[in-house]
Design a protein around this ligand. Structure first.
Ligand code: AGP
Length: 610
């Protein structure tokens, strides 16, 4: 289950209250059913419901679950439809074992076959129940040994929280592929898929690593590896607080996060510039000799992170003579291209858990590349596997549609590109000063831009019934057009495509008519005139044009339907500004259409399957 939510609690509080509150804080992950189980003097008791956590709460109000500990789950359906029978938690037939699962058990078919041949009857179509039935078969009184054997028998990606009916003082966890944390409170211990679920009780977090297992009790937790060797795990005091996870007065997390982008950019720059000079030496182990020795840079990511990487590809190309390539993570590892010790491979992933990107990183690492992760979670899987990490410092991003982390990624990537060029001796001091001065003032320009949300809202409502959109851009604006199209698709469910503006005449122009609005990203840069001709082409086909341009250029665009201006800035830095109206446009179109903005259908905040 790519993006299910797991919560476990053992402690003195009312178990249902803690588990349900935790599941509510994981709702942003997207799901379609929810359930929980407790264990206590009545053994294991379970409640499951199709729909939202609120539906499960109503069910439990009528039939409360009382126990000494409990596990809960929000399910994002993959194996098996959205039904109560397929909702977690899953038990084995004798209910001696109950568990919840995030991930995919790849060998579940053969396991299911062999269990059926042993007379096991299944009540669901899920891979998760196979794990529960198998564990029920394996368990003979020693939970630790049973988990080690289960880990040996199942393949795939799985985070599991498990309870045994004959032990209502301990919850057990396994982590492989899908993230799982353990939170240490005072006389209470929790496990969860992500930090927001536990922040109310403690900020002392243990991030479980690959192949690690845990036993949770009121006194704390113990950890061991897949061979059973005890592990001494670091406890991290996360610097998030609950308010960061709350909406702060905004109707949606996404709108809050759009409005945090000025602050995020300031945080991202902090400690990384000395005056008007970039300095990443405190975070990167790069040397000038190494920087001069490499031959190529690969930038690898998915979705919005891929668009941030695409902007960086252009920046690196401007300031170094390196062979630079940006690639979609799920394609990268099937390339047969030179990758070796002379390659810097940069992996951009705000969650640090995207399996496509993780797989690409492992591929590049195996080939000897020097790997850098640009991520919002310094304790994520990818952060723990690479040679160097640059953090976004954007704070938790709850909305599934990435906004502030996109801006954070671009800011880090610009600094990285300039720093690499500087180490290679190819960055002119005048460029460094010019760009850093402008990046320092960028947060103010972003915040000024966020002021005109009413204009964007009115325009968005005008176009909210369109069925198809085109987004166009050239140069630095092409990745921004791609990002704008993705934002609109993701949260309003309107079909939107982005093209390099110069490509229109090679086919897409056939799509144009008055029912197809065209958003043209055309800030004041060397390609502006060329893009202006695309506007004329588009107008000639009766498509309404929405132009995003720089203040002062409006008079040249009198015949477009709508126009949004952004402040003037250095031509290489326009993406920081042109993306803002596109994020807001997508938000207000979705609002007008009444779609689910923070948890869009079918989507997950971090896709931990391939
Ligand atoms: C962006 O709005 C989407 N949520 C999605 O494309 C996302 O950017 C992609 O899944 C990559 O996520 P990551 O940055 O956590 O790796």
């Amino acid at each position: 289950m790519p993006m299910c939510g797991i919560v476990g609690y053992v402690g003195p509080r009312d178990v249902s209250t803690v588990v349900l509150a935790g599941l509510s804080r994981l709702e942003y992950r997207g799901y379609d059913s929810a359930g929980m189980a407790v264990s206590g003097e009545n053994g294991i008791e379970r409640s499951r419901e199709v729909g939202k956590v609120a539906d499960l709460v109503r069910m439990l109000e009528a039939n409360p679950l009382k126990g000494k500990q409990g596990i809960g789950h929000t399910r994002w359906a993959t194996h098996g439809g959205v039904t109560v029978e397929n909702a977690h938690p899953h038990c084995n037939s004798s209910s001696s074992v109950v568990l919840v699962h995030n991930g995919i058990i790849e060998n579940y078919t053969e396991l299911r076959e062999s269990l059926l041949s042993e007379g096991v009857t299944f009540s669901s179509q899920t891979d998760t129940e196979v794990a529960a039935q198998l564990l029920g078969k394996i368990y003979s009184g020693d939970p630790k040994q049973a988990l080690i054997e289960l880990y040996r028998r199942i393949t795939g990606a799985f985070a599991l929280a498990v309870m045994f009916a004959d032990d209502d003082d301990h919850i057990y966890c396994i982590r492989k592929g899908s993230p799982l944390i353990v939170a240490l409170g005072d006389g209470e211990t929790l496990c969860a898929s992500d930090v927001p679920a536990v922040l109310e009780y403690t900020r002392r977090i243990v991030y479980m690593g690959e192949g690690e297992m845990a036993c949770l009790s009121r006194e704390g937790a113990s950890f061991w590896d897949s061979e059973g060797n005890p592990l001494d795990k670091d406890v991290v005091e996360v610097d998030w607080d609950l308010s960061m996870v709350e909406k702060g007065g905004y109707p949606h997390f996404m709108l809050k996060e759009i409005n945090e982008q000025g602050a995020v950019m300031r945080q991202t720059l902090t400690g990384r510039t000395e005056g008007e000079q970039v300095d990443l030496s405190k975070e990167l182990s790069w040397t000038a000799d190494w920087a001069r020795s490499i031959k190529r840079v690969h930038l690898v990511a998915c979705g919005t992170s891929f668009y941030a990487a695409s902007v960086a590809e252009r920046v690196i190309g401007l300031f170094t003579d390196l062979d630079v390539r940006v690639d979609i993570a799920s394609e990268y590892r099937y390339r047969s291209i030179p990758i070796g010790e002379d390659t810097l491979a940069v992996f951009v992933s705000q969650s640090g858990e995207t399996l496509d990107t993780l797989a690409a990183e492992r591929f590049a690492k195996e080939k000897g590349a020097r790997c850098l992760a640009i991520t919002n979670n310094g304790l994520s899987s990818i952060a723990r596997e690479v040679d160097d990490v640059l953090l976004l410092k954007a704070g938790p991003e709850i909305g599934v549609a990435a906004t502030k982390t996109f801006t954070g990624q671009m800011a880090v990537l610009y600094l990285m590109a300039l720093y690499l060029a500087k180490l290679r001796g190819s960055l002119k001091e005048t460029d460094e000063q010019r760009l850093l001065r402008e990046m320092t003032s960028m947060p103010y320009k972003i915040e000024a831009l966020l002021e005109n949300s009413d204009t964007v809202k009115l325009m968005a409502e005008k176009y909210s019934l369109a069925r198809d959109f085109l987004f166009l851009g050239r140069g630095f604006s092409f990745p921004i057009a791609l990002e704008g199209a993705l934002k609109l698709k993701e949260i309003s469910y309107i079909h939107a495509e982005a093209y390099a503006a110069g490509e229109m005449k090679h086919g897409p122009i056939a799509l144009l008519d008055r029912a197809v609005p065209v958003v043209v990203v055309m800030p004041d840069d060397e390609l502006w005139e060329k893009t202006l001709s695309n506007v004329q082409e588009t107008k000639a086909r009766k498509s309404p044009v929405i132009a995003i341009t720089t203040v002062g250029r409006e008079s040249y665009l009198k015949d477009v339907e709508d126009l949004l201006s952004v402040p003037a800035t250095e031509p290489e830095l326009t993406p920081f500004l042109t993306v803002i109206p596109l994020q807001m446009f997508a938000y207000y179109v979705a609002l007008a259409r009444g779609t689910e903005i923070d948890q869009p259908r079918n989507l997950a905040k971090s896709v931990t399957v391939e």
